[in-house]
Design a protein around this ligand. Structure first.
Ligand code: F6P
Ligand code: MN
Length: 340
């Protein structure tokens, strides 16, 4: 029988290499894994267990909530709030920070998550995911909002689970990126994609083209040049994909390269972008950089942004390093944008 490495074994062995590590982090990761296995099961069962469709409510950001948005939020909170590993949490589906109930011990980490990313895909049976970001908390304090508002560069761990044809977890603790496939028979994530890296060059882009008329000039210029293909300045043909699920787009980029953009657009000047910094852009930026790629707003490295709010939105341009660099260069002549 092949000796498969489980996610738990991998993390324990990786943590052993690091000085002063207590094992709490490994246990916290196991809590996240438990929650994601439950979510994977429900997503897979779909209408058989009555979890599809709208919940008839809106989240704090005015987006229509699916039943699964709420169910997956509850699964994450219920799996993480009692174990003593966290000092607090934040979720896309909850306006304020989520405190640990007083009857439970508090740990030294903070978890931020998007429990069901790409949830508009759920009713059409396409890929969705869970994204999470782990920060260290000051010890012995009841965390307040300020404790969560830290630069992405301070994350100790980031990951996502893609509920696709297979359920995959992709993880970084700042020592590269590794991918694990859920073996449904034994209920364990198995290391299947060690040391994931992104090629510097690409011929594939992902963007919601229907927003083209709202984009800024640098993004239009980049995409128009891609579309000109071998007859244009890029002298090669480009392919396009849009899955409308960031987890799936990022996973594709980690496996075959590419560039993904949800750029600033002029539809609603009160929104600096579509994606949320704390539980979408930051964890993905950490993973992408650890895999050798880059992630920028067009004007600033995402991991360097000093957050101002839990649900703050930012423009996101991520993927193959040279392509992101090119788009950032196109922004340099453009000046700053007054949006927040
Ligand atoms: O969470 C936001 C999100 O669902 C991302 O996963 C995805 O990339 C994007 O929104 C899809 O946006 P649109 O609806 O414009 O295609
Ligand atoms: Mn999302």
């Amino acid at each position: 029988m092949t000796n498969h490495v489980t996610l738990t074994q991998f993390i324990i062995e990786q943590q052993r290499e690091l000085p002063g590590v207590s094992g709490t982090f490994t246990s916290l990761l196991n809590d996240v894994v438990t929650a994601c296995k439950k979510i994977s099961h429900l997503v897979n069962r779909g209408d058989l267990v009555g979890v599809l469709g709208s919940a008839g409510s809106e989240n704090v950001q005015g987006e229509v909530q699916k039943k699964l948005d709420i169910i997956t939020h509850d699964i994450m909170v219920d799996a993480l709030n009692w174990t003593g590993h966290l000092a607090g949490m934040a979720s896309e589906e909850m306006d304020g920070i989520i405190r640990i109930p007083p009857q439970y011990p508090k740990g030294k980490y903070l978890a931020l998550f998007d429990p069901l990313d790409g949830s508009s895909n759920i009713d059409v049976n396409l890929a969705v995911g869970t994204i999470f970001s782990i920060l260290r908390c000051r010890e012995g304090v009841e965390p307040e909002l300020e404790d969560f508002l830290r630069k992405g560069a301070e994350q100790v761990c980031a990951g996502f689970v893609l509920y696709g044809p297979s359920t995959m977890m992709v993880l970084t603790t700042g020592h590269g990126v590794n991918g694990f496939t859920l073996d449904q028979d034994i209920g364990e994530f198995i290391l299947t994609h060690p040391g994931m890296t992104i090629p510097d060059e690409t011929c594939e882009f992902a963007i919601n083209m229907s927003n083209r008329r709202f984009w800024e000039e640098p993004v239009r210029r980049y995409i128009d040049e891609c579309l000109q293909g071998s007859e244009g300045i890029r002298e090669k043909d480009f392919n396009m994909r849009w899955i409308a699920s960031m987890v799936a787009e990022v996973y594709r980029i980690l496996t075959r390269g590419g560039v993904f953009m949800y750029p600033y657009d002029l539809r609603d000047p009160s929104k600096a972008g579509r994606l949320r910094l704390m539980y979408e852009a930051n964890p993905m930026a950490f993973i992408i950089e650890q895999a050798g790629g880059a992630c920028s707003t067009g004007r600033e490295r995402v991991l360097d942004i000093m957050p101002t709010g839990l649900h703050q939105r930012v423009p996101v341009i991520l993927g193959s390093k040279n392509e992101v660099g090119r788009i950032v260069d196109y922004h340099k002549n453009e000046g700053a944008v007054e949006a927040v």
